[in-house]
Design a protein around this ligand. Structure first.
Ligand code: PLP
Length: 421
């Protein structure tokens, strides 16, 4: 049985077998805590993931020993901080297999990445009457930026419908294209339904119309291997905090040819080459899109998180989480009057449900009293809730550190709450 703390052996990945769960859980101190005198069962990983020691220690270490502002500093610390920051960009590049670090823009998260693109792409390429395609299962952060753009520029938004299992209707998608379609922006994995969308096919269809594609990868990058070159996506967005990294850091990947063609999103330091009162020239990629002091402590910690995930292996993670989600689905389905929302053939580790007419908020609050952390509400996907005919759901979302035992607690907890109504 492998019991070694992964941080001490990150170059030597854990064997993926009996006992690996225990060893991994030991790397996440928060998982050992209790709430209301009960062991914490953390099943809100789609909202944010917990952080391994190596990530938290990286933040402490850099503030204690390396802290200095990055880029253009002549002194030792600044150069060291810059090296760490740029090494993190390389770590991200490798993680998603981008061609070049020029294609990796650091942002505050998925939301900012999408807003950046909506603004810059909108400025450069969209005019009144042009169209953007999104889908019914988008998070608000892949709806509202397009609505803001629509209000600013008179752009139309077209929406791909879904079936009752929570899958995109690809034939309907094909019919949405017109000569005015300028961009497709789609979620890779739904944060409510867990559906894994067929991105390669979606991209191929869009490219056949010479339309570029942005993918919201907030819920995919932590759970399934993503290769942006293989998917041939034009843009890809994700957040560090959902992949065991710190809050406040995210990534926008963009093919160099596209990023080159786009104007800056924000102005300030870092993103310029020369400034006079008459004219400013912009910095090269990716700095053109990174105005102001970046969160260089956060980028180093993100690289640590990716190192941790690499040590376990995303294939192992995907396999384990798939098994755990299938087990949870079976257990939950045995509960009287429990309805699951999202039964796509290809599904990630999210289960949204309701039991009878018990309000999702009541279910979540009472599960919390048993030490079980789930999310309730519309999950920032109100149009999807309308499609499903509900106001909200309860959502349990799993990570590789969750166990079958925790799933059993969840199932027993739901039954206990149900009996109270
Ligand atoms: N897109 C999806 C699918 C999400 O699940 C989330 C967060 O839950 C976001 C976007 C927004 O991510 P962030 O708040 O980290 O910017």
């Amino acid at each position: 049985m492998q019991k070694e703390n992964i941080n001490k052996s990150s170059s030597n990945p854990l064997s993926f077998g009996e006992g690996w769960g225990e060893a991994i859980r030991a790397d996440f101190p928060i998982l050992q805590r209790e709430v209301y005198g009960k062991p914490l069962i953390y099943l809100d990983n789609a909202a944010t993931t917990q952080k391994p020691r190596s990530v938290v220690e990286s933040i402490n270490h850099e503030y204690y020993s390396v802290n200095a502002n990055v880029h253009r500093g002549v002194h030792f610390l600044s150069q060291q901080a810059t090296e760490l920051h740029e090494a993190s960009r390389e770590a991200v590049r490798r993680f998603i297999n981008a061609k070049s670090t020029n294609e990796i823009v650091f942002t505050r998260g998925t939301t900012e990445s999408i807003n950046l693109l909506a603004f810059s792409f909108g400025e450069a390429f969209l005019a009144e009457g042009d169209e953007v395609i999104i889908s019914t299962m988008e998070h608000h952060s892949n709806i509202v930026p397009w609505q803001l753009l629509a209000a600013r520029k008179g752009v139309a938004i077209k929406v791909i419908p879904i079936n009752d299992k929570g899958e995109l209707l690809i034939d309907e998608y094909k019919t949405l294209f017109s000569e005015r379609t300028k961009l497709v922006s789609i979620v890779h994995v739904s944060n409510v339904l867990g559906t894994i969308n067929p991105i390669k096919e979606i991209v191929q269809i869009a490219h056949a119309h010479e339309v570029p594609v942005l993918i919201d990868g907030a819920q995919s990058v932590p759970h399934i291997p993503v290769d942006v070159q293989e998917l041939d996506v034009d843009f890809y967005a994700f957040s560090a905090h959902k992949i065991y990294g710190p809050t406040g850091i995210g990534v926008l990947y963009g093919k160099e040819k596209w990023l080159d063609a786009l104007p800056p999103y924000q102005g300030g330091g870092e993103m310029i080459q020369t400034v006079t009162f008459e004219k400013t020239t912009f910095n090269e990629l990716p700095f053109k899109f990174e105005a102001g002091t970046p969160d260089y402590i956060g980028t180093t910690a993100l690289a640590k998180a990716l190192e941790y995930v690499n040590a376990i292996g995303l294939k192992n993670i995907a396999e384990y989480e798939h098994e755990l989600t299938q087990y949870a689905t079976q257990q939950l389905k045995q509960i009287d009057k429990l309805r699951i929302f999202g039964e796509a053939e290809h599904k990630s580790s999210v289960i949204s449900f309701l039991v009878g007419d018990i309000h999702h908020f009541d279910m979540g609050t009472l599960l919390d009293r048993l030490g079980i952390a789930v999310r309730t509400g519309h999950h920032c996907a109100q149009p999807l809730m309308q499609r499903m005919g509900v106001e909200g759901t309860v959502r349990a979302s799993f990570a590789f550190y969750n166990t079958k035992e925790e799933v059993d607690f969840l199932a027993a907890g739901i039954e206990r709450v149900a009996k109270m109504f």
